[in-house]
Design a protein. Structure first.
Length: 156
């Protein structure tokens, strides 16, 4: 199975099982956004046999909706709960990606999740080598982006 389909399946599984949200993958985006505006991004780094990053990006209204579903309470502002929820979403997706890339999972380590939000910001992810995907997903509350970059390390 190609990595696009694996990423789409893993993302849909996380959103269905953890958030009871239906999402639909769209065509892969060739060029990543240069910056984000009024968006929340959750990220997890990978190291070991593969190095890279998994990131989840959503505009503020969708980020609040996702967090409301995640916490089963109304969230009406971008706060620490939203940032924590997006870090955890990225962590769950990174765990799925780790399982896809390594049968034992012991040769890939995941970083502590982190998240950012803001009126305008950029993320500089080195994409010079390896595999890079950005897949948009449609929800009834808007579009989110899942970003994956990884490359196999020498000796792996």
């Amino acid at each position: 199975m190609e990595i696009y389909q694996q990423l789409a399946d893993a993302t849909q599984e996380v959103f269905q099982s953890m958030l009871a949200m239906e999402i639909a993958p769209q065509a892969e985006i060739g060029t990543p956004p240069e910056s984000f505006s009024e968006t929340v991004s959750g990220m997890v780094g990978m190291g070991g046999l593969y190095k890279g990053i998994v990131a989840v990006h959503a505009p503020y209204p969708l980020a609040k909706k996702i967090t409301s579903q995640f916490l089963m309470t109304d969230v009406d502002e971008i706060n620490d709960d939203v940032l924590d929820a997006f870090g955890e979403l990225a962590n769950m997706l990174a765990g799925s990606i780790k399982a896809m890339l390594s049968s034992s999972g012991k040769d890939i380590q995941l970083s502590v999740p982190s998240s950012v939000s803001g009126e305008k910001y950029t993320l500089d992810i080195n994409r010079s080598q390896g595999t890079h995907l950005i897949v948009p997903f449609e929800t009834e509350a808007g579009q989110l982006l899942i970003q994956l970059h990884f490359e196999k390390q020498n000796g792996g």
